[in-house]
Design a protein around this ligand. Structure first.
Ligand SMILES: Cc1cc2nc3c(=O)[nH]c(=O)nc-3n(C[C@H](O)[C@H](O)[C@H](O)COP(=O)(O)OP(=O)(O)OC[C@H]3O[C@@H](n4cnc5c(N)ncnc54)[C@H](O)[C@@H]3O)c2cc1C
Length: 447
């Protein structure tokens, strides 16, 4: 590849902070709130104009669609997201579980309130570009924004970009599932003009189930209701309206009384690398095309959707899987399925896996502990990584990518960053017992 030499230049320092969290999805938002509540000077930086990550950008509203009466949760900030959304009229009962689906537009405002109330310093429309390194220690980042190229100095950095952007550029070892096995990307969309009554009557007569789309379950999931639709798209394909090599099928979620289907997750496209700007471009455009084919099929073949129209696309392509760090600790799929216990646990997550054709629902009280070591990158100090980029094997990603689990790792890392500052040690040197006491005090279940 042809290269050019960038000129060296002085960069103004726009801010100094104790802890800088970059990225504001369920992982980063939880990290910033937890850290500030633990008493640290905390800044939360986000490249787009709102906090929330996949919730507000891709419109993913089903934050806990796995929850059943027996499910045991960590509590903490993930549950607070849902509870606060309910209180602010920004959530409705979710269709297949005992949880609530978020109103993803309103969640932008919910997140604003949480950030303001916790005294987190907010910075939107600002892009991470490069880490500032002092040997093996990260000391801040270089940013780009409408204000130009600027630096933020920070004593601890939390990488919540979802793609381990900071860890990778700082030289921490990372991995990516081969593209052929990686989870697909999605352009989500919403429709208006749905005849809710007619659609719900159809669903009652033709209920979907998990066995229609899962290759592997424990058996107990098979006949449970799933808001899954495939038939209209198959019919459209048979009629030649959708190309033969395109597979459209997936789930619907909330349908408002005004006839809005607010989150249609039926476009699923494998083979896109979300750390490659050309693939991101292709993903957005291919996804919008597929969404339009999907709406055509819904109009023609799904009762209640005859007059449905596109209301909105997700504001950004939805990524399920990209770069992950190779951590100082690790987590395997086997451990998520076998109630694993860890000395350095910072929270728990129910036995819930959803990815790679596996669907295991926590209809029992089983759960595994989430280890601290999966958030500690190798070779770089003063950096923590949260959310879907934490360490673990391919199958463990089916659990750690879940938004509630991202909030568990986020909250654990946020508290750890604050404690490490207060104790004057690096995050890797934090006294685990002290950390666990602090996390429990924030209302998180650890054991
Ligand atoms: C279509 C789809 C459906 C899904 N369905 C569900 C579901 O039903 N339930 C569930 O629990 N999970 C679901 N997931 C998975 C879940 O949404 C993600 O795994 C989760 O949001 C990851 O959280 P995160 O905080 O790690 O990252 P993200 O939510 O991706 O947030 C990362 C944030 O970092 C910001 N950022 C990235 N790079 C930079 C940079 N260089 N500078 C500044 N900011 C940056 C981004 O703008 C973003 O706000 C779904 C995912 C998709 C795509």
């Amino acid at each position: 590849m042809q290269t050019i030499q960038e000129a060296a230049r002085s960069v103004p320092v726009m801010a100094e902070t104790g802890v800088l969290v970059v990225g504001s999805g369920p992982g980063g938002l939880a990290a910033a709130l937890a850290c500030a509540r633990q008493g640290a000077d905390t800044m939360l930086m986000e490249r787009y104009g709102c906090f929330g990550g996949n919730i507000t950008q891709a419109g993913v509203e089903s934050i806990a669609w796995y929850r059943h009466p027996q499910t045991i949760e960590a509590g903490g900030i993930g549950m607070e997201f849902e509870q606060r959304a309910i209180e602010m009229d920004a959530a409705v009962p979710e269709i297949q579980s005992t949880s609530h689906a978020l109103h993803t537009e309103s969640f932008k405002y919910v997140a604003d309130r949480l950030v303001i109330e916790s005294d987190v310093r907010a910075l939107l429309h600002c892009y991470f570009v490069e880490p500032i390194m002092n040997g093996a220690r990260i000391a801040g980042i270089i940013t780009e924004s409408k204000s130009g190229r600027q630096a933020i100095l920070a004593r601890r950095v939390i990488d919540a970009t979802g793609d381990a952007d900071i860890a990778a550029r700082a030289g921490a070892p990372c991995s990516q599932t081969p593209l052929s096995d990686r989870l697909g990307v999605t352009v989500t969309f919403a429709c208006s003009g749905v005849d809710k009554k007619r659609f719900m009557e159809y669903v009652k007569a033709h209920p979907g189930s998990y066995k229609q789309w899962a290759d592997e379950t424990t058996g107990k999931e098979d006949n449970m209701f799933s808001p899954y639709i495939a038939e209209p798209f198959q019919k459209a394909q048979a009629a030649g309206a959708i190309p033969a090599d395109v597979e459209i099928a997936g789930t619907w979620s909330s349908i408002s009384d005004e006839g809005e289907a607010t989150y249609l997750n039926v476009v699923y496209m494998p083979g896109y690398d979300c750390t490659d700007v050309w693939d991101l471009t292709r993903g957005e455009m291919d996804g919008r095309q597929q969404a339009m084919w999907a709406i055509g099929a819904l109009n023609k073949y799904l009762p209640g959707f005859e007059k449905a129209r596109l209301r909105s696309f997700g504001a950004s392509l939805g990524t399920r899987e990209s770069r992950k760090i190779i951590g100082r600790g690790s987590l395997s799929g086997h451990q998520t399925r076998s109630r694993a216990r860890f000395k350095d646990a910072i929270g728990i997550f129910p036995e819930f896996l959803d990815a790679y054709g596996i669907v295991i629902l926590p209809t029992t009280g089983r759960y595994f502990q989430v280890p601290y070591g999966i958030m500690l990158p190798q070779k770089v100090d003063n950096l923590l990584v949260v959310g879907r980029a934490v360490a673990g094997d391919r199958e463990s990603h089916a659990a750690t990518r879940q938004m509630m689990c991202c909030a568990v790792t986020g909250q654990g890392a946020g508290v750890a960053a604050a404690v490490s500052l207060q104790e004057g040690v690096t995050p890797a040197e934090v006294d685990i017992k002290k950390l666990q006491i602090a996390i429990k005090k924030q209302g998180v279940r650890i054991d």
